[in-house]
Ligand binder design. Structure first.
Ligand code: NAP
Length: 311
């Protein structure tokens, strides 16, 4: 068991975790970043980011993440391809169990983000990786020349639908309501796209193709008249939002009803020395820039905490 005590451990390597790492490393705290199940977080699975200040032409999400990582590494941040199995935040220093080893840390920054939400259908689960996907940039290529369905009514679904037109012969966007959450600009792009068709008031009852071991279509229900129909497609991409990755802290810090970490004054959890930033605690804004901003705040609070408690 390692006896080293880290000044701070950062959980997660998305925008929030990396911004925290840049600030903590620059403050000479020698942070270690546990990269988690999805290194780079949601931005690593996206395409062009058009609204991150400082990039007038936009920047590819994975490139933005790589830049931030290099920036943190330049100041001495350490990166580890590991994820947290469990944590003991009652002890001081905190004990962070990575499975094969336990790290000890005086402070912890929880930047574990949020993961894709699924519909929860057994047929969906059975066909993940066989035409069911939550990552258009990862899997879109496999469906060149095919018809694809995208589920959701927010910006993620719009972005996926537009991106998938690069490969698909046709994209059908399916939303469960009449009204969309997506921003006006994204919605307009979707509606104007010749390859995209929009179906509203429709839910997916079943993903078809279990016997063939590949998606062959979707059984849809029209929620207005309850009629069912079959839409032949080769793939279904989910764009229905995300769930926060905070379950492992459920009995140690406060989570809200949907599992987001409850914070006060932006990044404080109820355990002194434990801070949360980015999508794991932000149900309202969920933007790359706000995640980075809260990562910065968490690192500044860590610095202050360590100063007050003697480094
Ligand atoms: P979101 O805004 O929460 O939208 C999720 C969508 O999925 C909603 O339309 C919701 O339907 C639908 N949905 C949820 N659960 C469902 C289910 N079980 N079955 C069917 N549909 C379901 O999430 P998001 O699109 O991931 O966006 C999250 C945030 O990131 C937003 O603030 C967004 O602006 C931002 N974002 C921005 C960009 C960009 O600017 N380029 C790109 C991606 C994301 P209801 O509407 O009926 O609830």
């Amino acid at each position: 068991m390692s006896t080293h005590i880290y000044e701070t451990v950062i959980l997660g390597s998305g925008c929030a975790g990396l911004a925290a790492a840049i600030y903590a490393a620059r403050a000479n705290l020698k942070p270690i970043v546990l990269e988690g199940h999805e290194p780079g977080g949601q931005l690593s699975m996206t395409t062009l980011v058009e609204n991150f200040p400082g990039w007038p032409e936009g920047i590819q999400g994975p490139q933005l993440i790589e830049n931030m990582k290099q920036q943190a590494a330049r100041f001495g941040a350490e990166f580890r391809l590991a994820h947290l199995a469990s944590a003991d935040l009652q002890k001081r220093p905190f004990a962070l169990n990575l499975g094969k080893e336990t790290l000890h840390a005086r402070t912890l920054i929880i930047a574990s983000g949020a993961s894709a939400r699924w519909l929860g259908l057994p047929s969906e689960k059975a066909l993940i990786g066989h035409g069911v996907s939550s990552c258009a940039t990862c899997d879109g290529f496999f469906f060149s020349g095919k018809e694809i369905a995208v589920i959701g009514g927010g910006d993620s679904a719009m972005e996926e639908a537009i991106f998938l037109t690069r490969f698909a012969s046709k994209v059908t966007l399916i939303h469960r309501r009449e009204h969309f959450r997506a921003s006006k600009i994204m919605m307009e792009r979707v509606l104007a796209h010749e390859k995209i068709r929009v179906l509203t008031n429709m839910t997916v009852e079943e993903v078809l193709g279990i016997e063939q071991k590949e998606v062959t279509g979707l059984k849809l229900r029209n929620v207005a008249n309850q009629k069912t129909s079959v839409l032949p497609v080769s793939a279904m991409f989910l764009g229905i939002g995300h769930v926060p990755n905070a379950k492992m802290f459920a009995d140690q810090i406060d989570l809200d009803d949907d599992g987001y970490v409850r914070t006060r004054d932006n990044v404080f959890t109820r355990v002194p020395g434990v801070y949360a930033c980015g999508d794991v605690q932000d149900r309202r804004y969920r933007q790359a820039i706000t995640a980075a901003g809260s990562g910065c705040m968490a690192a500044l609070e860590v610095e202050k905490f360590l100063e007050e408690h003697g480094r």
